[in-house]
Write a protein that binds this ligand. Structure first.
Ligand SMILES: C[S@@+](CC[C@H](N)C(=O)[O-])C[C@H]1O[C@@H](n2cnc3c(N)ncnc32)[C@H](O)[C@@H]1O
Length: 395
């Protein structure tokens, strides 16, 4: 289903006869016509309230991940949009849109919201009102700047990303793990030539706060040495399971067999992935500054867009929340980051942007993404170009 087919009357191309020809295969856009080879991707120029209402029925429960990066209401006037509203007006703006966003999500879908310190708690309350408290997943802290702002009382170097599921049980089952980092993989070796491959040893004891009586017992190692859990701790398994793991060769007693027992964790299992953590560092996912430089390089000659997100950050969200082919929506597209990442990672997308930069910044950036632009996440995801999108204006 495409946006065009959903709302042929409501959405018309910006330039009915314009040719959006890019190396990635943009086609001539004719009024209300179906444009092939765009994978259903769409940039929609208009107020997201109107657009969300317009697509509500056709895209009901079709979107696997929604990322929004709305104005934070932090009192600034950016070149491309105003970020200074009365608190009550800002709340009303968000409140009107959250139910529309929720209804677009699939059963295992999730909403991810960028926000900073000023309104984060209000945002969370409003989101929980609409999604239900039980569906709140987590608050991610993103270290968005490395430099220090000495003129301020506190130099803020982090923002938040709230993650809320349509249905937390379905989301938990469906969400993806993150690939293990090279640093983590380097901790694995195979000094005992285990035929199961490289491994690392991890503690076999845990804090005894939630322990049951079955986790307190003595273990006799291969040399006859007896081990008890350290004070305040218990064994991770009960005795029967520990004996089974020893028999399977999954417990390591050190090179000479006389060390405290540890669990062998194999690389083959670790490679399946790691649960995402709630702290996202600048080195992992970039900063506002790196994102600005990237956007500038793909929109050369245009005004600097002040508040873009790094592609690495949006890529991580999309990776956790979706699989290739899934539909992603960004209702505050800004400079087009979500669209670019979706194109590069084989997801479909709908991006909505009210400002004229929907035309200037988003289109030129996405044209370049389709043409195989090399910045952002391109190298990491092996992007060489392809795809396309349609451009609509809400009327
Ligand atoms: C913080 S920026 C988003 C930046 C984006 N994540 C990026 O990486 O470039 C917020 C954007 O929301 C847009 N916006 C604000 N109100 C809107 C509305 N009612 N409908 C659509 N877009 C809106 C602004 O024009 C601005 O571009």
């Amino acid at each position: 289903m495409s946006v065009r087919s959903a709302r042929a009357e409501a959405l018309t191309p910006l330039h009915p006869s314009a040719t959006l020809v890019g190396a990635g295969g943009f086609k001539r856009v004719a009024k209300h016509s179906v444009v092939p080879n765009t994978d259903g991707n769409a940039v929609i120029h208009g107020d997201n309230l109107d657009v969300l209402k317009a697509i509500a029925s056709d895209f009901h429960q079709q979107v696997r991940c929604i990322y929004i990066d709305p104005p934070y209401n932090n009192g600034e006037n950016f070149l491309h949009y105003d970020d200074k509203q009365a608190h009550s007006k800002w709340m009303e703006h968000i409140r009107l849109r959250l139910p529309l966003l929720r209804d677009l999500l699939t059963a295992d879908g999730s909403l991810w919201i960028s926000i900073d310190d000023r309104e984060v708690h209000y945002m969370r309350l409003m989101a929980e009102e609409v999604f239900g408290r039980d569906n709140f997943v987590t608050t991610i802290v993103w270290n968005h700047r490395k430099s220090r702002e000495n003129r301020k009382v506190f130099s803020n170097n982090h923002e938040y990303i709230l993650c809320i599921a349509r249905d937390i049980k379905a989301f938990k089952k469906a969400r993806n793990l993150l690939p293990a980092s090279n640093e983590m993989l380097a901790r694995y070796n195979n000094h005992d030539d285990d035929p199961r491959g490289p491994w690392q040893s991890v503690s076999a004891n845990v804090q005894d706060g939630h322990a049951t009586a079955s986790q307190f017992y003595s273990i006799t190692g291969p040399t006859g040495k007896v081990f008890n859990p350290p004070r305040g701790r218990c064994w991770v398994y009960n005795k029967a399971k520990m004996n089974e793991q020893i028999a399977l060769g999954n417990i390591y007693f050190g090179k000479k067999g006389d060390g405290s027992p540890r669990i062998k964790k194999f690389l083959s299992v670790a490679k399946m992935g790691m649960a995402p953590q709630s702290l996202w560092t600048a080195d992992e996912v970039g900063t506002t500054e790196t994102a600005k430089r990237h956007v500038l390089s793909v929109t050369c000659g245009l005004d600097v867009f002040d508040t873009p997100k790094p592609e690495q950050l949006v890529d991580r969200i999309i990776h956790i929340a979706t699989d290739p082919g899934d539909l992603v929506l960004d209702a505050y597209l800004g400079s087009g980051t979500t669209g670019a990442v979706a194109i590069k990672t084989g997801r479909r997308f709908i991006g909505i942007e009210a400002g004229d930069h929907a035309v200037t910044h988003c289109c030129s950036r996405l044209r370049q993404a389709c043409g195989g632009e090399r910045g952002g996440v391109s190298e990491a995801v092996g992007w060489t170009g392809g795809g396309g999108f349609e451009f609509f204006r809400a009327v």
